[in-house]
Design a protein around this ligand. Structure first.
Ligand SMILES: [Zn+2]
Length: 82
């Protein structure tokens, strides 16, 4: 029961120790890195736009409409002369 708990890992509770990681606890370098990481990864508030239809804006309909308008605006000057 004790062995089968972790599938595929007979006889080892912890991974083998690596020579390049002699300290099991956080080192001073880790703390320094953590400061840098926290400084470089500040939380950001993302403002989500909601469409009137309840979906994220632009919803597929709006995207389609925009595309149509864009295309229409492009040929407007040419096609309007007819
Ligand atoms: Zn919509």
């Amino acid at each position: 029961m004790d062995r089968d708990d972790r599938a595929g890992r007979p006889g080892g509770d912890h991974p083998p120790e690596r020579p390049d990681h002699p300290e099991p606890l956080v080192s001073a370098q880790d703390v320094e890195d953590a400061d840098d990481i926290l400084f470089a990864h500040p939380p950001r508030v993302i403002t989500r736009w909601l469409c009137g239809c309840g979906e994220d804006y632009p919803c597929p309909d709006v995207r389609f409409a925009r595309l149509v308008r864009a295309v229409h605006a492009t040929d407007n000057g040419v096609d309007d002369s007819r």
